[in-house]
Design a protein around this ligand. Structure first.
Ligand SMILES: NC(=O)c1ccc[n+]([C@@H]2O[C@H](COP(=O)([O-])OP(=O)(O)OC[C@H]3O[C@@H](n4cnc5c(N)ncnc54)[C@H](O)[C@@H]3O)[C@@H](O)[C@H]2O)c1
Length: 270
């Protein structure tokens, strides 16, 4: 789908990657809604982008909030062609048994239920119209989990599962679905000394050169929408870690656990 002249709704649009997606879409002639729980940040980014951008308050965990933001979007720009489920939160590093239950629930509520709420709000109408594109932001942590970041990784694996299922459901209706897997990218989250990857100024100084500018993630998203790509990998340097993990899983596909078990229905179950 070409993005010029289309309307895109971007959650977490007041943040780094959401702002980068918005900027790249506007560069290519789209109109954008920056929907964020932090209206000040969304408004600041919208002001940079001019008349093509509208800032709205949205709490992705609330379906009522989605309904209000959808109504305000349609009143200004008409139906939404592109949905970017991008809002997310990170967590401080800790072993899983130490993660407070309320923090675990909050990460899943924003990072996973927030995405599902976006799908529930927009996918049906896109399918009925026979056009549209949905981009869900996962993370490199949604392909390569690592210790002390398990709650976040679990949420980002869930985003991939949702997205792949959604892609199968949407394809017959002419609606595209892509999953974005950013690596380190400059944003409030990644620069945050509490939840980001660098807890001290020295580590941050070492990591900063490895952090991508978010507009480049945005341009990769635009390409994926226009070319119908399922997966968007912005940081190919993580490939060896992912390949090693895939190989370990593939190696586990050995003999069946039950002797004599044939290739039955499970082999073809879609
Ligand atoms: N920055 C990175 O290195 C990196 C890497 C991989 C994945 N990601 C993912 O990219 C996405 C964007 O994060 P970012 O790096 O731009 O961080 P960010 O903190 O700059 O942006 C996240 C935005 O989401 C908003 N938000 C939080 N809770 C919300 C809610 N309940 N409803 C609506 N908006 C809410 C925040 O206000 C913020 O503006 C997230 O899903 C994150 O997990 C980031």
């Amino acid at each position: 789908m070409q993005v010029a002249g289309k309307t895109a709704f971007i959650t977490g649009g007041g943040g780094g990657i959401g702002g980068g997606i918005a900027e790249a879409l506007v560069e290519k002639g789209a109109r954008v809604v920056l929907a964020d729980v932090d209206l000040d940040h969304a408004q600041a980014k919208a002001a940079e982008l001019g008349d093509a951008a509208l800032a709205l308050t949205l709490d992705v965990t609330s379906l009522e909030s989605w309904a209000a933001a959808k109504g305000a979007t349609e009143a200004r720009f008409g139906p939404v062609d592109i949905l970017c489920n991008n809002a997310g939160i990170s967590t401080p590093r800790m072993d899983l048994e130490e993660v407070p239950p309320e923090l675990f629930a909050r990460v899943l509520a924003i990072n996973v239920t927030g995405v599902q709420n976006g799908i529930a709000s927009f996918a049906g109408e896109m399918k009925a119209r026979g056009s549209g594109h949905i981009v869900n932001t996962s993370s490199m942590n949604g392909l390569n989990p690592f210790g002390t970041f398990g709650a976040y990784s679990a949420s980002k694996f869930a985003v991939l599962g949702l997205s792949d299922a959604l892609r199968q459901e949407c394809a017959p209706h002419g609606v595209g679905v892509s999953t974005l897997f950013p690596g380190l990218t400059k944003s409030r989250m990644s620069l945050d000394p509490k939840d980001g990857p660098a807890a001290d100024p020295e580590t941050l100084a070492a990591l900063l050169p490895r952090m991508m500018d978010p507009v480049w993630s945005g341009r990769a998203v635009v390409r994926a929408i226009e070319e119908g790509q399922a997966y968007i990998v912005t940081h190919p340097d993580y490939r060896p870690i992912f390949a090693a993990r895939c190989e370990e899983i593939l190696a586990a596909f050995g003999d069946p656990a039950q002797p004599g078990y044939g290739t039955g229905a499970s082999a073809t179950m879609a």
